[in-house]
Design a protein around this ligand. Structure first.
Ligand code: NAP
Length: 336
């Protein structure tokens, strides 16, 4: 079900003016550049050049993380575009993520400070818990035992959240959110006694093959903006992507709707999400595709086209995270 409010709002968005409200009074641009590229195959400097180009093109949101290993480049690009006068800091929205080895409350602020130091910025706009699953704290981001099994850590999501609230109060982040949380995990935070700051967003996989109707409805009812990751159907990298799901951008419906508007399947997929109030963070490190992916404000899909695209839902994830499916907080067991 589309909410008429978010539908109406999305029809008013423009390339210059495309942010939507968050429940804490801040705003988030409805499109951002995803910045995860495989560090083994992405040449150094790529993220920096791409973020600078994206700012010139009109992107104002950047989705990053400590474990993308290029946060220094993203920060450098943002600072360079501030220095050359293209944007001011307050025009840019940067989302950083708390990695799973930093869930114990005393590690939360140092992790965010590490990100700020890497970015060389004074604050991030949004800081989110990347996964509801905690791993053993230490030097290794992906700790494993001698048998190659991941080492988990007991999670108290509410305690982690309280430490995040203190970071917002200290001015290190403007807003707080989560990622890969299911409804139960969101409710855990929302129903926490003494909750000071509500999560403003939940970043989850969302695209025409995985439309997330139930979670979207729950989030709408609770004033939580859904940020859709892998909005183009991912990079189809076999090392972490479920390739049983066919390539989204080859879908005939997307292709034929695209022909009608002289748009690519990627632009149609992105428009579908923003038109239902879902923020999109397509990743591209290719100049043409970065530019094209932003050109989604000069056409709109009809109600029938939106329904047709909702009907493409296969309820299959590209990002299953099955390697952690035995974690007590693995979020994707339930059909939520
Ligand atoms: P995506 O944005 O759906 O797809 C990226 C892939 O599509 C790349 O291979 C890109 O290649 C290609 N591409 C980009 N534009 C295209 C176009 N117009 N036509 C054809 N192919 C195109 O997938 P994603 O990287 O998985 O997700 C986006 C962002 O979401 C990530 O970068 C990250 O910031 C975030 N994310 C978060 C989580 C989480 O757990 N919170 C998980 C996954 C992703 P080129 O670079 O060569 O253009």
């Amino acid at each position: 079900m589309l909410s008429h409010q978010s539908e109406k709002m999305s029809l008013m968005l423009t390339a210059k003016n495309h942010s939507i409200p968050l429940s804490d009074g801040n705003r988030i641009p409805i499109i951002g550049l995803g910045t995860y590229g495989d560090p083994r195959t992405t040449p150094k400097g790529t993220a920096r050049e791409c973020v600078k180009l994206a700012i010139d093109v009109g992107y104002r949101q950047f989705d990053g993380a400590l474990v993308y290993f290029n946060e220094h480049e993203v920060g450098q690009a943002i600072r360079e575009k501030i220095t050359d006068g293209t944007v001011r800091r307050e025009d840019i929205f940067y989302c950083g993520k708390l990695w799973s080895t930093f869930h114990p409350p005393e590690l939360v602020r140092p992790a965010l400070e590490r990100t700020l130091k890497t970015l060389q910025l004074d604050y991030v706009d949004l800081y989110i818990i990347e996964l509801p699953m905690a791993f053993k704290p230490g030097d290794k981001f992906y700790p494993k035992d001698k048998n190659g099994k991941y080492i988990y850590h007991e999670t108290d999501l509410c305690a982690t959240w309280e430490a995040l609230e203190a970071c917002k109060d200290a001015g290190l982040t403007k807003s707080l959110g989560v990622s890969n949380f299911n409804q139960r995990q969101l409710e855990l935070i929302l129903n926490k006694s003494g909750l000071k700051h509500r999560p403003v967003s939940n970043q989850v996989e969302c695209h025409p093959y995985f439309t997330q109707p139930k979670l979207l409805e729950f989030c709408r009812q609770n004033d939580i903006v859904v940020v859709g990751y892998s909005p183009l159907g991912t990079s189809r990298d076999a090392s972490w992507v479920n390739l049983k799901c066919p390539p989204l951008l080859e879908d005939e419906v997307l292709v034929s709707i695209g022909k009608k508007y002289n748009k690519s399947p990627a632009q149609v997929a992105l428009r579908f999400n923003i038109q239902r109030g879902v923020v999109v963070i397509p990743k591209s490190f290719n100049p043409q595709r970065i530019t094209k992916n932003f050109q989604i404000f000069d056409f709109s899909l009809t109600d029938d086209e939106m329904k047709l695209m909702e009907g493409l839902n296969k309820n299959i994830r590209f990002v299953e995270l099955l390697m952690w499916s035995d974690h007590p907080e693995y979020p994707f067991h339930d059909d939520y």
